[in-house]
Design a protein around this ligand. Sequence first.
Ligand code: ZN
Ligand code: ZN
Length: 366
Amino acid sequence: MQISAAVVKEVGAPFTLTDIDLQEPAPDEVVVQIAGAGICHTDIAVQHGHMPFPLPGVLGHEGSGTVVGIGADVTALAVGDQVAISFNSCAACPQCAKGQPAYCHGFLEYNFSGGRADGSSGLVSAGTKLGGNFFGQSSLATHALAHERNVVKLPSGTPVELAGPLGCGIQTGAGAVMNSLDVEPGSTVVVAGAGAVGLSAVMAAVVRDAASIIAVDLHESRRALATELGATHAIDPKEGPLSEQIKEIHPGGADYAIDTTAVTLVVEQLIASLGMRGLLGMIGVPADPQTVFSAGVFQMPLLGLTIRGIVEGDADPKTFIPYLLDLHSQGKFPFDKLITTMPLAQINEAVEAQHRGEVLKAVLTP
Ligand SMILES: [Zn+2]
Ligand SMILES: [Zn+2]
């Protein structure tokens, strides 16, 4: 079928809305008519060549919408179902078997190869194969091919056009708090970077009844929103070393810290801000994959510290997204406050607005 998609022609090129051909769904695939698709850091990283993906291609990995076609082997979904689309995984490797699909041994192949296992992509423009199947979806388009495996049926009453970011950025921040670090009530949590991922972590820490939630961000507007969402303190890192500012609030140090910035100095300052048996969760993805940080060989055992790298909030989207939506319906996880909807035709303006910090999470609607 003929669809419209935001094609990136080459590294560094803008998104160009283009009429392309979406092929018939493979046996395990569904066609989703996109109601909304978020823009996430990884889309922009690929656009600028920081992560590998075959171009020209279609990005987008926070899609949601309505199932309008199903492949021959799909049994758990039907035409008309409202769904969010998350990352894809193989279902068969040891990590998938343990319920940890974010660490799927085939993660790169299933999300970044640009096509299906047989080499086809499902997206064709003027006779040329496009990079598709990005995170098992390529949803910056009017329609996307996704898989039974990475599609999550939404409960009735869900604002379907807003649900896409639950599939990546929002589950990443919330899952870091709820799954990876398993934050305990009454604890102190520091969140560095109050973008969509960091603010999702703040909201999750509120759900977990953390006593102190300290948000760190350079932008005043983001610190204000963090406070509105339940952060008890908001720190400007320009006002002095983070660890000193945090220890002024909590002389014993923090129980948990979450880094979404991938900035070496911030990571090291977060380690220095931890108290006894403190845990650091590392979520941020640096532009340079060789980026490193230091931690004290003496300090680590002395304080009993743990450092955890985290992908997608250790979430199994099939269960975690419905859980977050249930919290949202109770008014306990107001993720819609992070989202600004804009038309798909304004995708380049949306990327700019997000980059300038004017928009936290742009969701593009048809
Ligand atoms: Zn993402
Ligand atoms: Zn797997």
